[in-house]
Design a binder for this molecule. Sequence first.
Ligand code: EPZ
Length: 435
Amino acid sequence: MASLIVAGGTPLSGTIRVSGAKNAALPILAASLLSERPVALYDCPRLRDVKNMLAILGALGVRWAWDEEKLLLDTSAANAYVMPQGLSKELRSSIFMLGPLLARFGHAVCTFPGGCEIGHRPIDLHLRGLTMLGVGIREEHGLILCDGHSMTGADIHLDYPSVGATENIMMAAVRAEGETVIQNAAREPEIEDLQTFLRKLGYGVWGAGSSTIRISGGRGCADHMSEGGPAERDCIAHRVIPDRIVAGTLLCAAAITGGEVTLCNAVPAHIASVMAKLRESGCSIRAEGDVIRIAAHARPREIKLIETLPYPGFPTDMQAQFFALCTVADGTSMIVENVFENRFKHGAELLRMGASFTQKDRTIVIRGVERLMGTRVVARDLRGGAALTLAGLAAEGETIVENAELIDRGYERLDKMLASLGAVIRREDAETEEP
Ligand code: EPZ
């Protein structure tokens, strides 16, 4: 088991490049099954979740290899559509593999992905959307068996703008005969990146980033669409968009330590809601091109209300980090978690560090304290682990964050990122296993 050992009290300073987005890379890796040509993915982050997704693709016959700057994938030999059970349970978001498997093979089998630490994570919107495309779905013995040998386009309205369900339906619909329209689609930037990738593969997808996405589907539509010259037909190159949650986490780290940090390779427009809340807490933030500069010289001020919402609202994946920030703010802050039903587990650990708050259902009222006290805490989920690490940066004394493997799911060595900005932090692995 790995732990992060953090000595609090050092204001962060310096410049850091934001890595590629986990939540863009994962669906794009799944969509690589829809490419007849090799794929070169630049800025694909080297995370546990990516490693698990590659293991799943490998089990289906996909060949892949990393080199210095990119991940190369060749899906020409992919020959199976039954997802490996253990791996797809470990990576529950792999449920969006159903779409590309159905589009490629006309069939797909996966395990019912259990819930996870932040909620029971239903997949009804995924299955209902696929059913509307004409996919026959049977559930037995914990397996989901899908028959999509004759999918047809449909007009699908999502009850909730689910990110994964939007992605699943997009990827299946490229091979459904006729046009598919997804209404009330998720608008996250990662959906736009998936659309960009699908269009590079030659598929007709429009509207990502808005609530209405159109897909022109049908067998062989990719061949028809990709009229590139011989060189272009060799390999599909794509650079994954920067990770807006990693960027937001680093900005929060600067805010909670009273530091001055510059991010490059960032997309300010993707974290407008996060920057607005940091400004409300008293930080000065300047954004120019792909550079964001934050300066936080005083104790954070209270943030009246943070409500997590689908994009472009405040992202649920930044809730834990702001929870940590508000525990040391001057005043009383409120957070409402509207997206997931069990995403306050980091609260109990922050209490052990001296935080003061009241919880009622999905609402937290936080009374800021002057200083947290370092102690041993346990990460219960990915973003909660990042939040505890940030709390340790501001705490008096030493904080030991256990279960750091959970943090590896979404950050390429968070300790190294923070240490490069002056944080006094190190990682201790019980084993020598790579994250
Ligand atoms: C994606 O998860 C992200 N994961 C999550 O990031 C992120 O928190 C979430 O979107 C919201 O932005 C990836 O992209 C790999 P949803 P996803 O479907 O697709 C309900 C992180 O930390 N719902 O938009 O699973 C669901 O219960 C992770 O990087 C249904 O009811 O999110 C939840 O309340 C955590 N039925 C809400 O929608 C369904 O069929 C949002 O879920 C699907 C979802």
